[in-house]
Design a protein around this ligand. Structure first.
Ligand SMILES: C[S@@+](CC[C@H](N)C(=O)[O-])C[C@H]1O[C@@H](n2cnc3c(N)ncnc32)[C@H](O)[C@@H]1O
Length: 290
């Protein structure tokens, strides 16, 4: 095959290289990634790339270098420098958990539960770089939103995004689970959200390089069976929620039955499970008694 020079041929080549990679999730939309990377290099919306457009050699080299990094497992948001999350453009870099589109579901569920609550208080445990906390704070300007995480790097990225996007009603605090929250919030929280690490320790080796080599292990696993931190999130929620307040936990579907048993064991009312079309993760919901 002659050297690819136009958009169509470069996209084909990029998709083929990505399809051959064993370092990225098998179900990833590689055609979409190739379009996104070429659009990024050409500074053109990926939906507006003209198939026959000629690509200059320097741009072609930049694109192929990005394809090679992607094929080696680098997450797309690191290559682009940002991720779109619930309408916000969040800058991301290595050192923290990369926000996932699947977490938009927990944001949507939180907004539903916060509707009609005046100046609500929201806590996002295990907030990482804070996508869930930032999105809720942006959508509800009179909410007081706290995000907590044990690792400093994600929090620093989250604070930088909050400053850049002028989201002022969010505070990101370092600490173990609920440990860094002000005591005055006890019994006052309207909604707690959480995307806690749930990959069982024995499954870490099965993760593709795009996760295992690019995100800190502490952001992925609870070093146990996947329910250790989840149980803490549930057990202690009762002390922080106000009567009728909600706990919304993002998890994979197989953990839902255990989470729902834990809700009942720790004094919360099981309110079922929300899911969206991609089926990648679900939100298990519980409410403190009124
Ligand atoms: C799956 S990531 C989710 C991050 C973020 N909520 C998101 O959706 O992008 C889990 C987060 O839990 C944090 N974490 C792990 N152990 C923790 C602990 N004991 N207390 C607080 N945060 C913890 C990790 O640092 C990581 O940022």
């Amino acid at each position: 095959m002659s050297e690819p020079r136009n958009v169509r041929d470069l996209l084909r080549l990029g998709e083929r290289v990505l399809d051959d990679s064993s370092h990225i999730f098998e179900d990833h939309d590689n055609a979409g990634s190739a379009r996104e990377l070429l659009g990024h290099v050409l500074k053109t919306d990926k939906g507006k790339l003209k198939q026959k457009r000629e690509v200059r050699p320097a741009q072609r080299d930049r694109y192929l270098a990005l394809i090679a990094r992607r094929a080696a497992g680098e997450p797309m948001p690191f290559l682009l420098g940002y991720i779109e999350f619930y309408g916000l453009e969040l800058k991301v870099k290595p050192g923290a958990f990369v926000p996932r589109p699947s977490s938009e579901l927990v944001v949507a569920q939180a907004l539903k539960r916060l509707r009609r609550r005046r100046s609500p208080t929201v806590v996002d445990v295990c907030t990482g770089a804070g996508p869930i906390a930032l999105a809720i704070a942006d959508e509800i300007p009179d909410a007081d939103v706290y995000g907590t995480d044990i690792l400093a790097e994600g929090l620093a990225q989250g604070r930088a995004n909050a400053r850049r996007l002028r989201i002022e009603n969010v505070k990101l605090k370092q600490g173990d689970m609920y440990g860094s929250l002000p005591q005055r919030l006890r019994g006052k929280v309207d909604v707690i959200t959480g995307h806690v690490p749930y990959v069982p320790a024995h499954e870490l080796d099965d993760l593709p390089a795009e996760v295992a080599e690019h995100e800190p292990t502490l952001t992925l696993t609870d070093s146990s069976d996947g329910t250790y931190l989840m149980e803490i999130a549930i057990r202690e929620a009762h002390d922080w929620l106000k009567p009728g307040g909600w706990l919304l936990l993002e998890m994979s579907e197989d953990f839902a039955p255990k989470a729902r048993r834990l809700f009942k064991r720790h004094g919360l009312m099981d309110r079922g499970v929300a899911s969206d079309n991609d089926g990648l993760s679900i939100v298990a919901e519980a409410q403190a008694p009124s």
